[in-house]
Design a binder for this molecule. Structure first.
Ligand code: PNS
Length: 159
């Protein structure tokens, strides 16, 4: 089995994330989506809600497994025998930090990081920007899968 992981916070998953996961799912037998838990960041969605949303929108790919993890990404990879991390690169500004993480992860455990250029349609897209725009009533429907958009509107309405 050729395995890869797409890690992130996914608070919530966007069309940009979905594009990268879908492309990785064509290259690997199994794609693990790891919702990495960061206790210092309070999310808009709970980790369980994020997992459920990701499962809903990746179900059609047929080879995507979604779970959360608390700890180092390299340990997630070691425990599941995953040799590759797949990350989307939106712009040159992503590159510095992504390169640092890729080199650190490779130095820690030998895991490789593969960068996929983001679809230009989504090159400006991030979960935090989507949340900010939606909070102030901006239209983000075209940037999220419909179920995620619905969940976001509902969550912001509860606030
Ligand atoms: O969606 P994000 O928040 O940009 O994703 C960042 C993430 C979760 C992929 C990164 O912070 C990460 O890998 N965290 C897990 C902890 C870890 O392994 N840290 C060392 C990275 S070199």
């Amino acid at each position: 089995m050729r395995r890869a992981v797409c890690p992130g916070s996914f608070d919530p998953i966007t069309n940009g994330h979905l594009d990268i996961i879908g492309r990785a799912s064509k290259l690997y037998d199994v794609v693990h989506v790891a919702v990495m838990i960061n206790q210092s960041k309070k999310g808009l969605f709970t980790v369980d809600e994020r997992i459920q949303l990701i499962r809903d929108v990746t179900a059609d790919f047929g080879n995507v497994e979604v779970e959360s993890f608390h700890g180092l990404l390299v340990d997630f990879c070691k425990q599941r025998d995953i040799p590759a991390i797949v990350k989307g690169l939106r712009a040159v500004s992503d590159f510095d930090y992504e390169l640092q993480m890729a080199q650190m992860n490779n130095g820690l455990s030998g895991v490789e990081t593969l960068f996929v250029p983001t679809n230009p349609t989504y090159s400006f897209l991030s979960s935090s920007l989507v949340k900010e725009v939606a909070t102030w009533g901006g239209d983000v429907a075209h940037l999220l899968p419909p179920t995620v958009h619905e969940a976001l509107v509902k969550r912001l309405g509860e606030k």
